[in-house]
Write a protein that binds this ligand. Structure first.
Ligand SMILES: [Fe+2]
Length: 364
């Protein structure tokens, strides 16, 4: 990739493809002190107020810099590397790796003070993006530490349950999570708009024999469905269902597909919580197909082929992608002892913001 100049025009040459860099595009990027705040990197001018016919009057390559005089009287010395960086993939760009019940836990990290600013945190978040989850061990079991943890990556996503929630059996629960019953694999809060992206769960106490945590790679399951049962995949990616949650003082509803795809028809998100999904009364044939498809995906989510089971011990904290993974737990006997987990949510801007920051900081 390189910059070429001809007749007061600038071209980007990349793998045999030549493209002119629009003079306005460059003018917007002038970065002298009077044009750009040097700390925030925010513009000190409003580019929508510039005249449209910005042209280049003079152009000069000098070493690693490009000196440009524009026809509105502005002069700027651009770093060529900075211009080229705009065309590189500066994203954290980590590919998903699908997994099933044979998964070997290669994504375990040990908490230490200030880990949030260390290279280890970059590695941990990279594993989170690869596998959809990461486990931190030895996280202090102080009450509510989970909120500090979440806020050290980004910001807690508060919901009507509060900043965080306690998972232990309690009388008159408003959700099955607060009983000692088994919880089949599900995604959290599909009824919210938007759905919380990432769930954090921190084990404070776990004295019971049961209550194992379960995880399923929903991405892997949806790819399996696409390959083996394309009709089922199609209807689950095209039918919007209503997810709802009703409590004393709130009704939360969201209409969405059980497998949501992005604009390129690639995987975006799974939603699965069969106690609170309501399909609209579409025609009977379609409904026949929808119900068969939902049954099949439920079988896959619950099958031993895709599910991992493990015991969380005090100090363990999982960060899991609620758009990709399903989670659950096996039942336990509340008379055997205490089982106490705390949970909260963050959104992708937290993890993306952190991993990009660490990538830049450590030049990775
Ligand atoms: Fe849950």
């Amino acid at each position: 990739m390189k910059i070429e100049l001809k007749d007061n025009k600038i071209f980007l040459e990349n793998q045999g493809v030549r493209k002119e860099i629009h003079p306005f595009w460059l003018r917007e990027r002038v970065n002298g002190e009077e044009h750009l705040d040097q700390i925030t990197q925010q513009r000190l001018f409003d580019p929508t107020k510039l005249k449209n016919n910005i042209k280049i009057d003079e152009l000069k390559l000098s070493g690693d810099f490009l000196e440009v005089s524009f026809n509105d009287g502005t002069y700027n010395k651009f770093s060529i590397q900075n211009i080229l960086n705009e065309f590189k993939n500066n994203n954290y760009n980590i590919k998903k790796i699908v997994w099933d019940s044979s998964f070997k836990f290669s994504n375990i990290f040990y908490f230490e003070k200030n880990i949030f600013e260390k290279k280890d945190m970059y590695e941990a978040l990279a594993h989170f993006y690869k596998y959809g989850f990461v486990i931190f061990k030895n996280v202090p079991t102080k009450n509510n530490f989970i909120v500090d943890f979440a806020n050290s990556i980004g910001s807690v996503r508060r919901t009507n349950f509060g900043e965080f929630f306690n998972v232990k059996s309690k009388p008159n629960p408003n959700d099955l999570a607060y009983t000692s019953l088994a919880l089949a694999p599900h995604t959290d809060n599909p009824y919210r708009n938007p759905v919380p992206c990432i769930q954090l769960l921190h084990c404070i106490e776990n004295e019971v024999r049961g209550g194992l945590s379960t995880l399923v790679d929903g991405y892997n399951v949806s790819e399996k469905l696409k390959k083996d049962y394309p009709d089922y995949y199609k209807i689950l990616t095209e039918t919007k269902v209503r997810f709802q949650f009703i409590d004393e003082n709130i009704i939360l509803e969201n209409w969405s597909e059980m497998i949501e795809l992005d604009q390129n028809r690639n995987f975006k998100q799974v939603r699965f919580s069969p106690r609170l999904d309501f399909v609209p009364l579409i025609n009977k044939k379609k409904l026949d197909l929808f119900y068969a498809a939902r049954k099949k995906i439920s079988e896959l989510y619950n099958s031993d082929k895709f599910k991992i089971e493990f015991k969380l011990v005090p100090g363990d904290l999982i960060l899991m992608d609620n758009y990709r993974l399903l989670h659950g737990r096996t039942k336990y006997d509340a008379n055997e002892g205490n089982r106490f987990l705390q949970g909260c949510y963050i959104d992708y801007d937290s993890t993306e913001g952190k991993i990009k920051h660490l990538k830049k900081k450590f030049n990775l």
